[in-house]
Write a protein that binds this ligand. Structure first.
Ligand code: SF4
Ligand code: SF4
Length: 377
């Protein structure tokens, strides 16, 4: 084994963002703002080659996401190929475009896990956020179909100020559907969610109420010996220390974007860094030797206050994308950190969330027109 392989571990998680296409229009979508100008997608053969290389490097967990991965007609072929290589495969879907027959096809192809996302606990809000009159009913039907096919029911709700008050109803809906795992993930402010941050960020009061509701519900589930597991991911904007983003840059996670651009996380595309492409370099070259993946490994790149901080081994200075979006320089400490000289930007966002009045109609929805307007000015 070479020295570089000893100091840099291998990727464990591979996220295959098969496409940026999606029939929905969530205003918190994590796809790039300029997704409409990034229509090129890897072919089936190219994806299978990427998966093969990733597996040979030791990647074991594979996520198929997007956009909406179901728009790729070759999904069963990709699932079967990945399963044959020995990956644990996970499909992350809105449920739109899914049918009972497709769930069966995927099961036969060897898919291990399906996660269905919801926008809200009632059809009105869900469909307004998703931009589809049929979305909620389709999601309900597909969540049931996933369970009927023998999969655990894994439901995901992205939480923000317009649905956080629904927490009791969301949990009750999940229980009624027979969910095994529920992920309540507060918006992460990248991509479209960053463009809409003022209209999406919950106030501290909303958050405290929601957390108390989730904790009460968990206690109640426990008391009834109910197996449903609930994870609530709260926003780091209300923390004083940043998250250990991706467990460290280029340490475990490797994302491949629809056009083959390889990224240390799905948001990193927004950084002013040149990232390699799987059509031009092997995945091994990309992971171990590309300037993009080596850019923020280790801690020599860190300026103060991170450089001399005794917590840098815990959080790696936080999130580079958040540092870039909030300070204009991705080298800076993540402003979530109370020691960051830019922490005032987080405090200002909290104050704005306490006073925000934006309604659903004020949000910028993800669609091709908005993408082009935002990115071309
Ligand atoms: S967040 Fe919404 S718009 Fe974005 S890919 Fe997922 S379902 Fe589609
Ligand atoms: S100063 Fe940097 S390393 Fe220290 S806690 Fe803050 S973000 Fe983490």
């Amino acid at each position: 084994m070479s020295g570089e392989h000893e100091t840099v571990g291998h990727p464990l998680w591979l996220l295959a963002e098969l496409t940026y296409r999606c029939p929905l229009q969530c205003p918190y979508c994590s796809n790039p703002l300029d997704y409409a100008d990034q229509a090129h997608e890897l072919s089936t053969r190219q994806w299978l080659e990427v998966l093969k290389q990733g597996r040979a490097m030791g990647a074991a967990q594979l996520g198929f996401s997007g956009g909406e991965p179901l728009v790729r007609q070759d999904l069963p072929e990709l699932i079967a190929g990945a399963r044959g290589m020995g990956y644990y495969t996970n499909l992350i879907t809105s449920g739109l475009g899914l049918t009972e027959a497709k769930v069966q096809d995927f099961a036969e192809a060897g898919l291990d896990h399906i996660q269905v996302s919801f926008q809200a606990s009632d059809p009105e809000l869900n469909n307004a956020l998703a931009g589809s009159r049929k979305a909620f009913d389709q999601k309900l039907a597909m969540a049931r179909a996933v369970k009927a096919a023998g999969y655990p029911m894994v439901l995901n709700f992205v939480i923000h100020r317009h649905n956080i008050h629904q927490m009791p109803d969301i949990l009750a809906l999940c229980e009624k559907l027979g969910a095994d795992y529920v992920e309540l993930a507060t918006c992460q402010y990248y991509g479209w969610a960053f463009a809409n941050r003022e209209g999406l960020m919950p106030s501290r009061d909303q958050l405290v109420t929601a957390e108390a509701t989730v904790n009460r519900y968990r206690t109640d589930l426990l008391g009834r010996d109910h197996p449903m597991k609930v994870i609530f991911v709260t926003p780091d904007y209300y923390e004083e220390r940043p998250k250990a983003c991706m467990n460290g840059w280029g340490s475990l996670f490797l994302t491949v974007a629809p056009d083959g651009t390889a990224l240390p996380c799905h948001s990193a595309r927004l950084l002013p860094i040149e990232f390699p492409n799987v059509t031009e370099q092997s995945l091994e070259d990309i992971w171990y030797r590309s300037p993009g993946f080596n850019h923020y490994r280790g801690d020599l790149w860190m300026p103060e206050p991170c450089r001399s901080c005794d917590e840098k081994g815990k959080d790696f200075g936080g999130c580079r994308c958040q540092a870039y979006l909030l300070t204009g320089n991705a080298d800076n400490a993540d402003p979530v950190c109370g020691k960051s000289p830019h922490h005032d930007r987080i405090l200002a966002a909290r104050t704005a969330a306490d006073h925000a009045t934006a309604g659903l109609e004020d949000l910028i929805y993800r669609n091709a027109r908005n993408s082009r307007v935002i990115c071309r000015g």
